[in-house]
Design a protein around this ligand. Structure first.
Ligand SMILES: Cc1cc2nc3c(=O)[nH]c(=O)nc-3n(C[C@H](O)[C@H](O)[C@H](O)COP(=O)(O)OP(=O)(O)OC[C@H]3O[C@@H](n4cnc5c(N)ncnc54)[C@H](O)[C@@H]3O)c2cc1C
Length: 301
């Protein structure tokens, strides 16, 4: 049976809203934020007001919009069409929210997803899994969380973290018992103002420059026991532990891939404009290649 990719009327509306937002609110300021590498706070606030931040896909039970995953991808694609860097700044919080959703117990979801769904102002999240020595091999992280009286002491460093060091809430992955390998991995919520968490080097990037990517340093960072996502092993409502990190990636990766299609759409659009100005044969060839790739990704070629 063929898969049906026809959008529902509601999904068409959401796509239209996100496209209009990208055209009116993102495109006009994209060059400014790309050049200055400033965090686009005013655009993020407007996106939050109209419901285009990751809050829109959080469950209604915790104050979110309850949208489906396809709608999430449509929003991500349209925002990235406006500017990939600003889009990452708007959607980056979704990683931390997805981690709380995948790993948190009921009380934690109510508390922190509830925070992310704050109607008045965007609450920015960051998710720290990658480390200087660990990327794709995420289960090999070296950051530790040592059990101490009333909580945990986290020590280590995180690399390439979106919103790292500027977020209101960081979800940090650390190993509570390296002797048992990946089974010891857990997620911890580190709240703003915790002196054990600091920002390291902010990356200077070739692309997505309006998004903030930085190292996060954890030095004897104390977090209370109730900030361990899913609680302690053996708790009646204990979360999935390390498996939760993979569930978080599973949930957030589709919205991270769909923007590739919009970047090709954007490249096609810009190449066409360039061809009209330049008119050379080499340019025409590059334009056709970009247009063809864009159509293939959209499923129209
Ligand atoms: C702009 C930006 C924002 C980011 N934001 C975050 C964030 O918010 N939080 C976070 O935790 N991380 C973040 N990351 C990190 C990102 O998740 C990692 O870059 C990614 O996991 C890959 O890790 P790596 O860079 O170490 O590459 P590597 O793991 O070293 O991979 C390099 C290449 O080798 C390939 N490769 C790796 N292992 C294998 C294998 N076994 N077989 C075949 N090929 C393999 C990979 O596919 C890749 O092409 C961000 C990165 C960037 C660039």
């Amino acid at each position: 049976m063929p898969l049906d990719f026809t959008l529902t009327p509601e999904q068409e509306d959401i796509k239209g809203l996100a496209h209009e937002f990208a055209e009116k609110e993102i495109r006009p300021v994209a060059a400014h934020y790309d050049e200055t590498e400033e965090f686009p706070w005013p655009v993020l606030k407007k996106a939050h007001e109209v419901g285009l931040t990751p809050v829109s896909v959080m469950p209604e039970a915790y104050g979110g919009g309850g949208l489906d995953i396809i709608s999430n991808m449509l929003i991500a694609e349209e925002l990235h069409w406006g500017c990939a860097g600003i889009a990452v700044a708007i959607t980056g919080t979704g990683l931390a929210a997805a981690a709380v959703l995948a790993m948190g117990n009921e009380a934690q979801k109510r508390r922190w997803i509830g925070d992310f769904c704050n109607a008045k102002t965007p609450v920015v999240g960051a998710m720290g899994l990658t480390e200087p020595g660990t990327g794709s091999d995420a289960m090999a992280i070296a950051t530790t969380a040592k059990k101490v009286d009333g909580g945990y002491l986290i020590n280590g460093a995180k690399q390439f973290i979106t919103n790292g060091g500027i977020a209101d809430l960081h979800v940090i992955f650390a190993n509570t018992d390296p002797t048992i390998g990946a089974a010891g991995i857990a997620g911890f919520v580190v709240e703003k103002g915790n002196k054990g968490l600091s920002m390291g080097r902010k990356e200077k990037k070739l692309g997505v420059r309006a998004s903030h990517t930085a190292q996060v340093i954890l030095q004897d960072c104390f977090v209370p026991t109730e900030n361990r996502l899913g609680g302690e092993p053996g708790d009646p409502d204990a979360g999935p532990g390390a498996l939760g990190a993979l569930q978080m990636l599973e949930y957030s990766r589709p919205a991270g891939l769909r923007p590739a299609a919009s970047r090709l759409r954007q490249a096609d659009h810009q190449a066409r404009g360039h061809r009209l100005q330049a008119g050379g044969h080499g340019d025409q060839h590059r334009c056709r290649s970009a247009a063809h790739l864009a159509r293939r990704l959209d499923g129209t070629a």
